[in-house]
Write a protein that binds this ligand. Structure first.
Ligand SMILES: Cc1cc2nc3c(=O)[nH]c(=O)nc-3n(C[C@H](O)[C@H](O)[C@H](O)COP(=O)(O)O)c2cc1C
Length: 177
């Protein structure tokens, strides 16, 4: 293991932010990093909407209970996929780009809070996203509140999610063969 694997394992969702503003140029650079994510045919079938408008963040924060942190974040980001650009693979492509953005943001000291908003009609309306594009997720972005304690979480062991060669062949079954 190395520094990068440690960094990946230490990343936690952040749901409370400092008031400190976030430089839009930095967000643009992070989105440029995201554009380097692996994606089929390198079509880059995504758009990022950078949300700075307080009223829009406020409206989005009311989508559901888990969305409240976007009102506290200096920046919101909506990740939108373009199925018309890559009809077969847009879902995988856009998730890769999202994680590139998220991990790049952590690497420069920002924190991210996720908001479940997949194809949320209200959110699409607020953000003016056309019907043929897919709202994949909303992110709250800002410098982490130093007093925020990430929620407790458990992490499965590798063995709990691994099969060998064929579905259902776990380590025990494999060693019996
Ligand atoms: C697709 C997706 C939707 C999520 N939706 C929300 C949400 O609506 N509100 C929230 O506070 N966190 C949300 N999360 C964050 C998860 O709760 C969090 O990633 C998970 O509990 C693991 O914790 P960690 O990110 O701190 O490791 C979401 C994460 C993903 C990937």
């Amino acid at each position: 293991m190395n520094e990068i694997t440690e960094f990946l394992m230490k990343r936690r969702s952040i749901r409370s932010f400092q008031k400190k503003p976030v430089d839009i140029e930095l967000i643009k650079q992070l989105i440029y990093v995201a554009n380097h994510a692996p994606n089929s045919m390198n079509n880059e079938p995504w758009k990022f909407i950078i949300i700075t408008d307080e009223k829009i963040k406020e409206e989005l924060s009311k989508l559901h209970k888990g969305a409240s942190h976007i009102a506290l974040a200096p920046i919101g980001v909506a990740v939108v996929a373009e199925p018309d650009v890559s009809p077969e693979t847009w879902m995988v492509d856009v998730v890769n780009a999202t994680m590139y953005f998220v991990l790049a943001a952590y690497s420069v000291g920002l924190g991210i809070g996720w908001i479940a908003a997949y194809e949320n009609k209200k959110a699409k309306e607020i953000l003016g996203i056309p019907d043929n594009k897919v709202l994949v997720t909303l992110l709250s972005v800002g410098y982490p509140d130093p007093n925020y304690k990430p929620r407790d979480k458990t992490v499965k062991r590798a063995e709990d999610v691994i099969y060998f060669n064929r579905w259902g062949i776990d380590e025990d079954k494999r060693s019996n063969n």
